[in-house]
Design a protein around this ligand. Structure first.
Ligand code: GDP
Length: 445
């Protein structure tokens, strides 16, 4: 994940302040020098880093860090506030027109992730209750239209395209917007052509599309892996075309994060979303405060809770709590829980959202409940009869052998699963005891 190294370096910088009952101006200066180095190493724009540190220093002196009870915490709080401001302050939403359709134009260099992002944005908006459609307005890159059609098919969103040779992108965009009402679509997402570098022809074409359809949002898709070039790209696109916001892709890679930290300060453009995987659900709304907390390893409970809410079916959770209260938790329920936990994504990501856990994240790589394991567990459980699933105590040696055969696993695998299940059940019993048997949120196995 981008920011990992920056996060580590910032922790080191604050380490020297922690545990001190009193700190001197020299201590603060030393820590801030380390902060500045960390920012520069993360590829943050030089001027941005300089101003950032200067402003923290002023605040630190102003807020009388030196007299405060916990000076390190006070400094970290100031850094957190400043980092939030640097990232844009508050969440910047996209404009949804009160008169449909809302027209969103995605622009950016080739390979930035426009086509992928078009699909992700459509999925995101559909979850918000909208009815989006996609428009293939890149008629130059071979296979660009097909790529968007593949994405559309995958997510079940209609794609407007014209494969006639020589078709004009401005005309395609205009026709797509006209069609949208007949198609009962209220958001039109236009995937435009990119180039390896910015050129006049491209800018002219984008300006013509803009003039023809008057988009409510022009979103620039930039690849965070290109570092400072992302900032320059954003600046140029904004000057030549006028842009409403940025979608920063590939934050899951090992980009150093400098682009994210400099874009708003240098260009004034807010980051509205981030791309965090190649998959269609790898798309996050960008919240400056949450990102700052994550970078400083202060935890991001809001996102964690949202992810948990998204992954866990409340009705099912209530059912499960009831079963636990009656001690009726079966292997079927166990499997359901496994699947829910898996939906939360890699354990590393979850742990990364907890405060102070950033540093141990890497050690957790091996602990992931990956889909292969869950599939094996699923195979074993589904190879059991209903009676066996309800009451695993009847599983003697020959039944276990039959289940292993049926699920393509070994008897040891079946034994291990049954042991895990017993452990989970015991733990739940203990938790019930602690809660006075009132039930509640099911514990995770
Ligand atoms: P376009 O040329 O701007 O339309 O870019 P594409 O949508 O074709 O994306 C270029 C490559 O980047 C593809 O291989 C995508 O799968 C990949 N990609 C796009 N967004 C992300 C992201 O957020 N994370 C990762 N890891 N890969 C991404």
């Amino acid at each position: 994940m981008a920011f990992d190294s920056l996060s580590e370096k910032l922790q080191e910088a604050f380490q020297s302040l922690k545990g001190k009952g009193k700190i001197t101006e020299d201590d603060v200066n030393l820590a801030l020098r380390q902060v500045r180095t960390a920012l520069l190493e993360a590829d943050v724009n030089f001027m941005v880093a300089k101003d950032f540190v200067k402003s923290i220093k002023e605040k630190a002196l102003g807020e009388e860090v030196f007299g405060s009870l916990n000076p390190a915490q006070t400094v970290i709080k100031i850094v957190n506030d400043e980092l939030t401001a640097l990232l844009g302050g508050t969440q910047s939403r996209i404009m949804i027109s009160s008169k449909p359709p809302t027209i969103i134009m995605l622009v950016g260099l080739q390979g930035a992730g426009k086509t992928t992002t078009a699909g992700k944005l459509a999925v995101y908006l559909r979850k918000q209750g909208k009815h989006p459609m996609l428009v293939a307005a890149d008629v130059y890159r071979p296979a660009a239209i097909t790529q968007l059609q593949v994405v559309g098919k995958q997510i079940d969103i209609p794609v407007f395209a014209d494969e006639t040779p020589g078709a004009n992108p401005v005309d395609i965009a205009r026709r797509a917007v006209e069609q949208s009402t007949h198609m009962l679509k209220d958001v039109v997402i236009i995937d435009t052509a990119g180039r390896l570098a910015i050129d006049e022809v491209l800018m002219d074409e984008l300006s013509n599309i803009k003039a023809a359809v008057r988009p409510h949002e022009i979103l620039l898709v930039v690849d965070s892996m290109i570092g400072q070039d992302a900032v320059t790209t954003a600046q140029t696109f904004n000057e030549k075309l006028g842009v409403d916001g940025v979608i920063l892709t590939k934050l899951d890679g090992d980009a150093r994060g400098g682009a994210a930290l400099s874009i708003k300060a240098v260009t004034g453009l807010p980051i509205k979303f981030t791309g965090v995987s190649e998959k269609m659900d790898g798309f996050d709304v960008f919240y400056p405060d949450r990102m700052a907390s994550r970078i400083l390893d202060l935890g991001d409970f809001k996102t964690l809770i949202e992810n948990v809410q998204g992954a866990i079916d409340e009705e099912e959770a209530r059912e499960m709590a009831k079963k636990m209260a009656k001690n009726n938790f079966t292997l079927d329920d166990f499997l359901k829980q496994m699947n829910q936990v898996r939906k939360l994504g890699p354990l590393q990501n979850i742990i990364g959202m907890l405060p102070g856990m950033g540093q141990i994240k890497d050690q957790l790589k091996d602990l992931d409940l990956n889909s292969k394991e869950v599939r094996r567990i699923e195979a074993i459980i589904t190879s059991m009869t209903a009676a066996e699933r309800e009451n695993p105590s009847i599983l003697n040696g020959s039944r276990r052998k039959r289940i292993a055969m049926g699920s393509g696993t070994q008897v040891q695998d079946v034994n291990r699963l049954l042991k895990q299940f017993e452990e989970a059940r015991k733990m739940m019993k203990r938790m019930q005891g602690l809660r006075g048997g009132k039930g509640g949120f099911p514990g995770m196995p």
